[in-house]
Design a protein around this ligand. Structure first.
Ligand code: SF4
Length: 342
């Protein structure tokens, strides 16, 4: 790691569950390999929740898929390291990845129906994970399935274990996904927009459940979302991503109150409860650049209301602006950015 690329703010733990250093990912396309993730660094400790925030295409999901070893075949990792409980994931054999997935690290996705098999009962699907990773008998796997359904708050777990996915509501299916993900007590749970498809009441219930499970199971939680309201609810620290790079990182409270990057300020202003004087919702003008179309200098400069000539000349490094707070804005010291005040 170079001196100009500090690890994420706040990452001062003796033995992180997950540690990512200088991670760069490229995807093969018509025009050769294109960089979609650029020099990402962070750590997560037990019982800690790190939020990865940004618009679609910012690199959040690519980061998660890299950790799980689920990148598409067209992807390559030219540099960087991903250590899960000290075990190197980049370049490790598939058999090692398969051992880690489900047993030490697990992931839940936005739409559970794409992950659940409609042809098997939820009990079979939870039990399958336990049988594969722990060599449990059929009877023990079924008992564990009931226990897990109970843990994630499914009423009448002993009966519902025989139900099929289509017999559950969207919120209940997401609970089933959590039961599968957590059945073998992983150390790391990656939740990729797990509540986005749900209405706000169910969303709040699931976030409460995640917090409870995290405490009970000592989970390290990597929470991926575009919704800063959810981040405020659940995350200890936040990393904001843009165009494949981390552009700001801090503990959640600091980031909300004192953003140090204009993109973060824009995301905060775009939160639904913060309205402009005219009563209209704010939105950041323009859209993020495609990986092949990155502007020179700061990748955010075409959309930034504070841009100066230097912003198109120099690519800003990620740097510390105060203890445990990093930014990729060249002008951060002279800007007075607006956060959210309680
Ligand atoms: Fe805006 Fe310049 Fe900061 Fe980029 S470096 S965010 S263009 S002010």
């Amino acid at each position: 790691m170079t001196a100009s690329e500090p690890t994420l703010a706040g990452a001062d733990r003796r033995s992180p569950v997950l540690s990512i250093e200088n991670l760069t990912v490229e995807l093969a396309g018509e025009h050769g390999h294109v960089r979609v993730l650029d020099d990402v660094n962070f750590e997560i400790g037990a019982r800690e929740t790190l939020g990865l925030v940004g618009e679609s295409g910012s690199g959040k999901t690519i980061t998660a898929l890299s950790v799980m070893g689920l990148l598409p075949k067209s992807a390559r990792i030219p540099s960087g390291s991903i250590e899960m409980e000290g075990e190197q994931i980049v370049g490790c054999p598939l058999s090692d990845l398969q051992r880690l997935r489900g047993s030490r690290m697990a992931m839940v996705f936005q739409e559970p129906m794409t992950s659940l098999n409609p042809a098997f009962t939820v009990g079979d699907q939870i039990g399958e994970t336990v049988r594969r990773h722990r060599g449990a008998s059929r009877r023990a796997a079924r008992a564990r399935a009931v226990e897990m359904l109970d843990l994630v708050g499914i009423p009448n777990a002993a009966r519902r274990v025989r139900s099929y996915p289509h017999e559950f509501s969207g919120g209940m299916r997401q609970r089933v996904m959590m039961a599968i993900a957590l059945a073998c007590e992983p150390a790391l749970l990656i939740a990729d927009e797990p509540t986005t498809a749900l209405d706000v009441t169910i969303q709040a219930q699931l976030l409460d459940l995640l917090r409870d499970l995290q405490d009970q199971l000592d989970l390290a939680l990597l929470f991926i979302t575009h919704d800063l309201g959810v981040v405020a609810d659940i995350c200890d620290r936040v990393m904001v991503m843009y165009a494949g790079q981390v552009i700001e990182g801090a503990d959640a409270e600091t980031l909300f109150e004192h953003p140090e990057h204009p993109y973060t300020e824009g995301l905060l202003r775009a939160m639904p409860h913060i309205e402009t004087r005219s009563g209209e919702l704010f939105s950041i003008p323009g859209s993020p650049p495609a990986p092949l179309d990155r502007p020179p200098g700061c990748a955010f400069n075409p959309r930034c209301g504070y841009a100066e000539p230097t912003c198109t000349a120099d690519a800003p490094p990620l740097r510390s602006i105060e203890p445990n707070h990093t930014t990729r804005c060249l002008l951060a010291e002279k800007l007075r950015l607006q956060g959210v005040q309680e």
